[in-house]
Write a protein that binds this ligand. Structure first.
Ligand code: MF3
Ligand code: CO
Ligand code: CO
Length: 269
């Protein structure tokens, strides 16, 4: 049985509840595997969104984004200088060299599996693929500090340290978040922080880590649609996201790719 701490962070049962997260995380990860071959020049983000919706529904899952605080689509698809919450549409066709993040959340038996990856449309510029490589490494370094007794700030510390080494900046206007039986819960998981700050991790916590890393300045602005964040300086931005749980001595990732397609380039077929 799950209990809520005084600071609002929920401690889940690391057996029964993690089993629920495994199922939801698997559907979300499978959806990101499934969509990879469709990321090609000429396809619209709206078409990719439809495909992801159909995939999740066929697996018995509910796409969590649709209707969430009025959000109009099933996924977020964020191209090039879009930081996050790009809204799929039937206008924008992908072109060779685009890099994009596809973010899906699948609800299975009330559990939310939230994950995103970068994709290359055709052949990316070296600058773009290097950003994606470093951003993936930021996510995995952040995950690797997770264990009982660690502080949430330790995650942001290692992420920012690594990103800054390449001259990149870390977006601080969005955070990772508690997840589980709800989409967005306490705590806020900062992607730039000081070591030893923030709440202490305990076995049974479930949350996301989802660093957004920019080539240029960290500043973002929200477009007129009220959702989409873009870099103020129009520099490229990348993001990867996993949902994970704190175990007795470390962590369990719920959204790993069943096909080993955790970062691009993806070998199709
Ligand atoms: N999946 C996003 C996250 O990582 C949230 C998207 S909310 C939406 O937290 F409404 F924009 F879909
Ligand atoms: Co998330
Ligand atoms: Co997400």
């Amino acid at each position: 049985m799950a209990i809520k701490r005084r600071d609002g962070i929920v401690i889940y049962d690391s057996n029964a509840d993690f089993a629920g997260m495994r199922k939801a995380g698997k559907v979300a990860a499978e959806c990101l595997d499934y969509i990879a071959p469709y990321v090609q020049p000429g396809v619209t983000t709206g078409e990719l969104d439809d495909l992801c919706r159909d995939f999740m529904v066929a697996k018995g899952a509910v796409p969590a984004c649709m209707g969430y605080h009025g959000y109009p689509k099933n996924t977020c698809i964020s191209i090039n200088h879009v930081i996050c919450h790009g809204i799929p549409d039937n206008e924008r066709k992908l072109v060779d060299g685009d890099i994009l993040n596809i973010d899906v959340t699948a609800i299975v038996d009330g559990w939310y599996g939230d994950t995103s990856r970068m994709y290359y449309c055709g052949k990316p510029k070296i600058k773009a693929s290097r950003l994606c490589e470093v951003t993936y490494e930021c996510l995995m370094r952040g995950i690797d500090v997770v264990k009982p007794g660690a502080h949430f700030g330790d995650i942001g510390y290692v992420i920012a340290e690594y990103a800054h080494k390449y001259g990149y900046s870390v977006v601080d206007m969005f955070c990772g978040h508690g997840v589980g039986k709800v989409f967005h819960d306490a705590p806020n998981v900062m992607h730039i922080a000081n070591k030893g700050t923030g709440p202490v991790m305990e076995e049974g916590m479930i949350f996301t880590i989802e660093p957004m890393i920019n080539i240029g300045r960290p500043d973002g602005i929200i477009l007129q649609n009220g959702w989409t964040a873009v870099t103020r300086d129009k520099s490229l931005s990348a993001q990867f996201e996993h949902s994970l749980g704190v175990t007795k001595d470390g962590y369990e990732i719920f959204t790993s790719s069943p096909k080993g397609m955790d970062k691009p380039p993806y070998k199709i077929g």
